[in-house]
Design a protein around this ligand. Structure first.
Ligand code: NAI
Length: 347
């Protein structure tokens, strides 16, 4: 993924944030696998999320930000965000702080025999604008302080241009044939209209090198289910990307397999698409593959293609041959047993 974004970290040290819920379980499994693969990384362990509140008095301590700033590359476990009230999303705060404008989410079939075979798609989600800017308020009327609520969606030409260009550059440098820009410009004529206008203009720059189409977001969702093979690289605004990336994870067996990279011009933070999974936290049954494949994206980004390939190959061997499978894959193995099997497969 070392293309239009963050320059690779030249040291071996990365920031590691185990995070909340299943985060510490999957993180320790992933670090064991990275070590066994000979990645030769040093880990600067940091806290964030609910895990950081008690020791640091903040869900996003300064030490954690300073560590990411210094190391430029981080591997992050899931961070829980209270719904409706409480502190704002720490994930969003990290993306904003380091201006990680492109969220890259590759979706590939690993477990055969699912609803679809050989899925190979990449979703690129705008990561800093849209409704996620968090400008919202209640409007009081007739004694009801919450009679209405209003939220502001921000789209800038600058923000649209850099993420759509990232998508075209990603396609060009990864041998991809087409970029699909998914939007709702028929209804949101200003915000989504601007995103589409920018996309169409950039498409002319890449004509003959990378194909382009635009599609309405709801039809895109339907076609992703009916015929995902018609897509290749998809780019969209923040919330559409959030929703469709989970849908796309579902095409290949669920959230346990989905990796992501948050890419900025100078920093990059890699994380699984899934959250803290409070329903299974502490049970030792979480699937570490999402974070492991995110660590592979991190290795790609640091130019360690060989180690990344070794891990991907081992995961595939273990899962396809059924050597070990976690519960969400239909197996009975726990997180550590799965990690042990991946390590053995690399030997
Ligand atoms: P979730 O992704 O944590 O869980 C959804 C479902 O998927 C649950 O049934 C869970 O058990 C399962 N699941 C998730 N990861 C799994 C894994 N590795 N192995 C096996 N099964 C797995 O989503 P939910 O419940 O909506 O969110 C829980 C918390 O996580 C919330 O506080 C949310 O804000 C946070 N979250 C954080 C994210 C991040 O840090 N990037 C992303 C998404 C949610």
């Amino acid at each position: 993924m070392s293309d239009a974004s963050a320059p690779a970290n030249t040291s071996n040290t990365i920031t590691v944030i185990p995070g909340d819920g299943v985060g510490p379980e999957v993180t320790s499994a992933v670090l064991r696998i990275l070590d066994a693969a000979g990645a030769g990384l040093a880990y600067d362990m940091q806290e964030a999320g609910i895990a950081a509140i008690q020791p640091h008095g903040s869900p996003l301590p300064d030490e954690t930000l300073e560590s990411i700033d210094a190391n430029r590359v981080a591997l992050k476990g899931p961070l829980a965000t209270p719904a409706g009230s409480g502190f704002r999303s720490v994930n969003v705060a990290i993306r904003k702080h380091f201006d990680l404008f492109a969220n890259v989410r590759p979706v590939r079939t690993i477990v055969p025999g699912g609803r679809y075979e050989e899925i190979d798609l990449v979703l690129i989600r705008e990561n800093t604008e849209g409704l996620y800017v968090g400008i919202e308020h209640f409007i009081g009327m007739e004694g009801d302080p919450k009679a209405a609520a209003e939220s502001v969606m921000i789209t800038t030409r600058y923000g649209s241009e850099r993420v759509v260009r990232f998508a075209f550059e990603y396609a060009r440098t990864h041998g991809r044939r087409k970029v699909t820009l998914a939007h709702k410009a028929n209804i949101l004529k200003h915000t989504q209209g601007l995103f589409l206008e920018v996309g169409k203009r950039l498409a002319t720059e890449y004509a003959g090198r990378v194909g382009f189409e635009d599609r309405i977001i709801d039809a895109t969702a339907m076609y992703l289910v009916l015929d995902p093979y018609r897509f290749d690289v998809l780019v969209m605004e923040n919330m559409f990307g959030d929703i469709l990336s989970d849908l796309m994870a579902g095409l290949v067996g669920g959230l346990g397999f989905a990796p992501a990279g948050n890419m900025g011009r100078s920093h990059a933070v890699f994380e699984a698409v899934h959250g803290s999974a409070p329903d299974i936290a502490g049970e030792g049954v979480a699937n570490p593959t999402g974070l492991l494949l995110s660590a592979c994206l991190l290795l790609d980004h640091m130019g360690r293609d060989e180690e990344a390939a070794r891990i991907r190959q081992a995961v595939e061997t273990v899962v396809v041959a059924g050597i070990a499978r976690t519960r969400d894959m239909g197996g009975t193995d726990g997180t550590d047993a799965f990690a042990d099997a991946v390590i053995r497969a690399m030997a």
